[in-house]
Design a protein around this ligand. Structure first.
Ligand SMILES: [Zn+2]
Ligand SMILES: [Zn+2]
Length: 370
């Protein structure tokens, strides 16, 4: 059985990790079963793109697939296909993109509190707060105290909205049904329309004496503090979910969730792309010519790096495993890429001038080009 995982995600074999993520996200959102309730084939496509993503987003599995994926006739080293079922696929999708994917569907500002669409009365609303952390904290993981506001059940009326917890009265307008029927006749045809009762807002009951603390709402706004643990490897755009810390649900329904929107601040020395880090160092001309061992302060302590002799300006050297931890597998780290710049002194000392002059005499001068 052959499966073209690249084809499934519409990618070429050279696709980068970011391209794999992006392609998967686009297709997973397109085929997500919640979005395609009337199309049973969408769930299978969703499952399939997730399976492809599971393999291509994991460097080890991808390498194995690249090597053996299309040679399954080879009985010695066939690629082990991982069949992902729909439940696994839905779970993986949630893990990859945070559970509040309502915001992907709803559009709008993902960092605004309005991004999380209302789920209806069976859940309280989700809340979101942005959590700024440093690159160092993203590297090690960190415990942070966050402050946020959410709605909690009013303790004065136990969420009933009625003063002293008195039971609400049946709505006199609709007789407790919450809806109003109107009948309209057009010739021989009778049209019956049902609309929500205006008086009680479709509740079927009215509060005659509202609770003074919550003004009949059943909920009050509260500023809360909570200590949260941010795992190593998080990056800007990641969302962490804290279950049940959103708004309280109406009439004792479960609370919504709180989402932490991670914002990793820029670092003075390192630039981050995925799990890899990038930096620049400047060495002297003799160091570049003769080679040198330099020390680089990484997030995990100082490491020594060999600048090879004859190092041309802007050479990029790689320090394997000195990047950021991978959020899913923190023991696996990205790499650190060091760009070596060569300094040309603007104002050499008299001694330097005479030495450089000697070098020029030894090398001769190149004056004609082209
Ligand atoms: Zn009513
Ligand atoms: Zn109240």
């Amino acid at each position: 059985m052959k499966k073209d995982y690249y084809g499934i995600l519409n990618l070429g074999k050279e696709a980068t990790k970011e391209e794999v993520e992006k392609a998967y996200r686009t297709l997973a959102l397109k085929y997500h079963p919640d979005r395609n309730p009337d199309d049973p084939s969408a769930a299978e496509k969703f499952r399939e793109v997730t399976e492809a993503y599971e393999v291509l987003s994991d460097p080890d599995k991808r390498a194995q697939y690249d090597q053996y994926g299309f040679a399954s006739d080879d009985q010695e080293m066939p690629f082990q296909y991982h069949h992902v079922n729909l439940d696994d696929a839905l779970r993986m999708f949630m893990n990859s993109f945070g559970s509040g994917f309502g915001s992907f569907f709803g559009g709008g500002d993902p960092f605004g509190e309005t991004a999380f669409s209302r789920r209806g009365p069976e859940h309280g609303e989700h809340r979101a707060v942005t959590l700024k952390i440093t690159l160092d904290e993203a590297d090690h993981g960190v415990e942070k105290e966050i402050e946020f506001t959410h709605l909690i059940t009013c303790t004065d009326c136990s969420g009933s909205g009625s003063k002293g917890g008195k039971p609400p009265l049946e709505c006199p307008e609709c007789g407790g049904s919450g809806s109003k029927r109107s009948v309209r006749r057009l010739g021989p045809v009778q049209y019956v329309t049902t609309t929500a009762c205006m008086r009680c807002g479709g509740e079927g009951s009215i509060i005659s004496d509202p609770c003074t603390r919550c003004r009949g709402r059943g909920m009050v706004r509260e500023t809360a503090r909570k200590s949260v643990s941010v795992p190593p490897g998080v990056d800007s755009g990641n969302r962490l979910r804290i279950s049940g810390m959103g708004d309280a649900g109406e009439r004792n329904a479960p609370s919504g969730d709180l989402f932490l929107l991670i914002d990793v601040q820029a670092h003075r020395f390192f630039e981050r792309k995925g799990d890899d880090l990038y930096c620049e160092i400047t060495v002297s001309y003799p160091q570049a010519v003769l080679g040198s061992t330099v020390k680089i302060r990484t997030l995990e302590g100082t490491v020594e790096m060999k600048v090879p002799s004859g190092c041309a300006p802007n050479t990029v050297l790689r320090l394997k495993g000195k990047g950021m931890p991978n959020i899913r597998t923190p023991s696996r780290r990205g790499d650190l890429y060091v760009k070596v710049k060569v300094e040309v002194p603007k104002r050499p000392s008299i001694k330097e001038r005479s030495l450089i002059k000697k070098l020029m005499d030894a090398q001769g001068q190149r004056k004609e080009f082209g």
